[in-house]
Design a protein around this ligand. Structure first.
Ligand code: PMP
Length: 304
């Protein structure tokens, strides 16, 4: 992805895409401690708008706080940097990636004595789990890798190192011919996908795991809000694997994955084996909201 035209915001300046480089002795590259965000901007009738920009930026600052990384820019500067990269790259709809990392002054586990850096890039990125996945649903396999225990990795943070676990799980699922992995927590309850939160529908009610071992997803929160506002009861609770097999519907949520139906888990068909009606309703609502077609949720959209 490095050989492109365009601009990337790095440490306060817009620079050429090809010049946005770091040294090979960068601390974060060796030990995996960096924090990042995944944000999306959508085309609306009033111009391009970033979905829940403030919430994503708040999560980035909280992720940094958890690891005691001091971001050397204030909140508004990082907000504006995200708007700027969308504008400067003339993107109508895109994915935005802010990253905070530890510099290359010194190595060793302790990050002390290193500078902290920030970059924001943006590019076009279609359906993360495929266009067909959005309409027909995907095939998922329960991972042999457990999700992080909350006392081992801090899952409230969207931290680069946490994704080693995601890569292991996703790699295993893809190698075995599935589209994505579903990770259980260390006690065996359903947690989340490698880059998505997880939901099931049973008897018209929506269920999702509580936040003990999964990321506090912003799409998850949007779906919970949309469901409640539209009269669908939502319950956050521990979910077992066999509960999923017997669910009427299941889906993943995430900035990249948006709302992706799940048609199969571990070779058991879920419900009718295609996108279920509540999933479809929430998906439709979500796409109306991000396209600026739902006045009630305009406050979730930040114009660029
Ligand atoms: N869980 C994990 C592990 C993720 O990487 C993501 C994507 N950021 C999510 C859940 C969904 O979070 P969000 O809706 O905020 O993108």
């Amino acid at each position: 992805m490095d050989d492109r035209d365009g601009k990337i915001w790095q440490d306060g300046k817009l620079i050429e895409w090809r010049d946005a480089k770091v040294h090979v002795l960068t601390h974060s590259l060796h030990y995996g401690m960096a924090v990042f965000e995944g944000v999306r901007a959508y085309k609306t009738a009033q111009g391009t708008a970033i979905f829940r920009l403030e919430e994503h930026t708040r999560r980035l600052f909280n992720s940094a706080k958890i690891f005691q990384l001091t971001i050397p820019f204030d909140f508004d500067t990082v907000l504006e940097a995200q708007r700027q990269v969308v504008r400067e790259n003339k993107l109508e709809s895109c994915y935005i990636r802010p990253l905070v990392w530890i510099g290359s002054e010194k190595l060793g586990v302790s990050a002390r004595g290193n500078t902290i850096h920030v970059a924001v890039a943006a590019w076009e990125w279609g359906a993360y789990l495929g266009e067909e996945g959005l309409s027909k649903g995907i095939r998922v396999k329960t991972s042999s890798f457990a999700r992080h225990h909350v006392n081992v990795m801090l899952v409230r943070a969207k931290a680069s190192g946490n994704y080693i676990n995601s890569i292991l799980a996703n790699q295993e699922a893809l190698t075995d011919g599935y589209d994505e992995a579903l990770l259980l927590d260390t006690e065996g309850y359903v947690s989340e996908g490698s880059g998505e939160n997880f939901f099931i529908v049973r008897n018209g009610k929506l269920y999702t795991p509580d936040l003990a071992s999964c990321l506090d997803g912003i799409t998850r929160d949007a779906v919970l809000t949309l469901a409640r506002d539209h009269g669908i009861e939502v319950i956050e609770k521990r979910i077992t694997r066999d509960e999923v097999y017997c669910a009427d519907e299941a889906f993943f949520t995430g900035t990249a994955a948006e709302i992706t139906p799940i048609r199969e888990l571990d070779n058991r068909q879920i419900g009718s084996g295609s996108r279920g009606p509540i999933t479809e309703k929430l998906q439709k609502l979500f796409f109306q909201v991000v396209a600026g077609e739902a006045p009630q949720y305009q406050h979730w959209l930040a114009k660029v």
